[in-house]
Design a protein around this ligand. Structure first.
Ligand code: MN3
Length: 199
């Protein structure tokens, strides 16, 4: 049985950047439902239930046809949201440190340039999906996925930062202004958590 990560902060803790009702709905309804539906699909998949979620998402082609879409959508939804909620904090330091900062500067030129590129990618993701900071073979890059897909499913590396751009992540407060949500999201990222995801 997979379980949602426990939040280290209250639903209202990320105000005014991410509002309380969005957090309650996003974690309590959307993430909860992905988790429930993933567990329901795995009831039928005995060879997979004991595997880690990373292993499952990296081996979707081995899932029988009738369950593959359910595991892809709900397993992605389960895993992506664990990453998303775990990397947010009301006490954001504002800047990466150490190896993460060095890697970002080497790859993108500066932290500001990285934020601009990530924001542009996230704003440009058509429809529901995610923007990612990913590490593969020691290199960082930014990419996007539709729906609940993620880079693990295509062996594109491990995810450092997960930016949800589904409307359910921002619409109650930001309406159609996705760029404003992206700016707000970057105010509540715990860069220590992101840095700890470096391989
Ligand atoms: Mn979401």
């Amino acid at each position: 049985m997979f379980e949602q990560i426990k939040l280290a902060y209250g639903f209202d803790a990320l105000e005014p950047f991410i509002d309380t009702l969005t957090m309650e709905t996003h974690y309590g309804k959307h993430h909860a439902l992905y988790t429930k539906n993933l567990n329901a699909a795995l009831e039928n998949l005995h060879g997979f239930r004991e595997k880690s979620i990373e292993e499952i998402l990296g081996q979707l082609e081995q899932i029988p046809d009738e369950y593959r879409i359910a595991v892809r959508n709900n397993g992605g939804g389960y895993y992506n949201h664990n990453l998303y909620f775990a990397q947010l904090t009301p006490n954001a330091g504002g800047m990466p440190k150490g190896d993460l900062l060095t890697n970002i500067n080497d790859t993108f030129g500066s932290f500001d340039a990285f934020k601009s590129q990530l924001s542009a990618a996230a704003a440009g993701q058509f429809g529901s999906g995610w923007a990612w900071l990913v590490q593969k073979n020691g290199n960082l890059y930014i990419t996007t996925s539709a729906n609940q897909d993620n880079p693990l499913m295509t062996n594109e590396g491990n995810i450092l930062l997960a930016l949800d751009v589904w409307e359910h992540a921002y619409y109650l407060k930001y309406k159609n202004m996705r760029a404003d949500y992206i700016k707000a999201f970057l105010q509540v990222v715990d860069w220590d958590v992101v840095g700890n995801r470096l391989a």
